[in-house]
Design a protein around this ligand. Structure first.
Ligand SMILES: CC(C)(COP(=O)(O)OP(=O)(O)OC[C@H]1O[C@@H](n2cnc3c(N)ncnc32)[C@H](O)[C@@H]1OP(=O)(O)O)[C@@H](O)C(=O)NCCC(=O)NCCS
Length: 335
């Protein structure tokens, strides 16, 4: 299922002439131009600078650039997953001066046709959005699942001290956290066994979807092979009968400053106490040795957002960066 990232530029079909665009496959040399047009994205918290080199190496991914008179003005990455049936769209961006002119629409359609021509088995296109979707969007997309996004910011050293001060006696909504249910960190073989079991995970994963760091995967062996290559801690409350699971993506740099990191934790399940126990484990494991500032995104069942936000504010004394927003995994047919 390899999309040739090394495809020579000349092999890409031409853009419709009225658009005045050319499309090329992104290379290492394009990095500076891409960063130049991405400066304002996500308030300096763009993940792409950290991911770009790795993306170019991924065998199932291709990164396409749109150029105007040779200059890079837009980017989209497409990745074929779910046993070749899904095209995952990521990284979409258009240079600020070119927005609002339909460039994203042209690029999305071009990439969709390109993938379909090379991979006729691709049936759907999936993407994850965190902007407000309206009725017009839902004419185009089916909603696969949604998670609440809790974005908090702290200095790793401060959180480490705070976690140390808290000791074992932590209470959530007036109840002491039980020491009986210590979260379990899964070994790779256990991850495979558990996540490929429909029976065990059907009540835990929303709409049978593992969303890891914004990427939605169906629990299939081919997807597990992709996931197992990544730096992730997989946690459950009970390795035999899980009701809550969480995936913590190891911290990575964001370009806002040298000592800034992203820490993303995807949580699935509905139990607040179990969620907080896993959250604390992930925070202890990953912020203990970090030095600097952390933007931590926790994705969870929407109903858990409010009490979880309160826990961050009141117990961990951590600042919320924004109020409730949603991560929506959406899908449309590729025709
Ligand atoms: C979002 C963005 C790419 C839209 O670019 P644009 O060229 O102004 O968009 P267009 O004029 O083509 O019109 C919007 C089209 O893009 C789609 N679109 C808008 N936001 C989108 C998103 N986040 N993901 C996918 N598609 C999106 C719209 O549905 C519409 O599609 P249509 O032509 O089928 O109706 C651009 O504003 C941008 O770069 N923003 C900053 C980066 C960002 O937020 N990226 C999205 C998340 S990765």
């Amino acid at each position: 299922m390899k999309i040739e990232n090394s495809l020579p530029c000349s092999q890409l079909p031409e853009a419709p002439p009225q658009t005045g665009l050319q499309f090329t496959v992104a290379t290492e040399e394009d990095f500076d131009d891409i960063m130049a047009m991405s400066k304002d994205i996500y308030g300096g918290l763009d993940y792409l600078p950290s991911r770009y080199q790795a993306w170019l190496q991924e065998s199932n991914r291709t990164v396409i650039l749109a150029r105007k008179q040779g200059k890079v003005i837009a980017l989209e990455s497409v990745c074929v997953i779910d046993d070749g049936e899904t095209m995952l769209v990521e990284g979409l961006r258009v240079a600020p001066q070119e927005r609002g002119k339909g460039v994203a629409g042209v690029l999305l359609r071009f990439c969709s046709q390109l993938v379909k021509s090379k991979y006729p088995d691709v049936k759907v296109s999936r993407l994850t959005r965190d902007d407000q979707l309206g009725p017009k969007d839902f004419q185009k997309y089916r909603l696969i699942t949604k998670q609440g996004i809790l974005l908090v910011r702290f200095r790793a050293e401060d959180l480490k001290l705070r976690l140390g001060d808290l000791g074992p006696n932590i209470s959530v909504a007036g109840e002491a956290l039980s020491t009986a249910n210590i979260p379990v960190c899964l070994e790779p073989a256990e991850v495979h066994q558990l996540f490929l079991s429909d029976v065990l995970m059907q009540d835990v994963l929303p709409n049978a979807t593992i969303v890891q760091d914004w990427q939605p995967f169906k629990p299939l062996p081919s997807n597990m092979a992709i996931l197992m290559k990544k730096d992730i801690d997989w946690m459950v409350d009970d390795a035999k009968r899980p009701t809550m699971t969480s995936l913590c993506t190891f911290p990575f740099h964001v370009p806002i400053g040298d000592d800034w990191y992203y820490l993303n934790i995807d949580m699935f399940g509905k139990n607040l106490t179990l969620a907080i126990q896993q959250l604390l484990c992930h925070l202890r494991r990953h912020t203990g040795t970090l030095k600097g500032y952390v933007m931590c995104q926790v994705f969870m069942e929407p109903a858990l957002w409010k009490p979880m936000a309160e826990f961050f504010r009141e117990t961990l004394k951590v600042e919320l960066v924004k109020e409730y927003t949603e991560q929506c995994v959406v899908e449309s047919d590729v025709i």
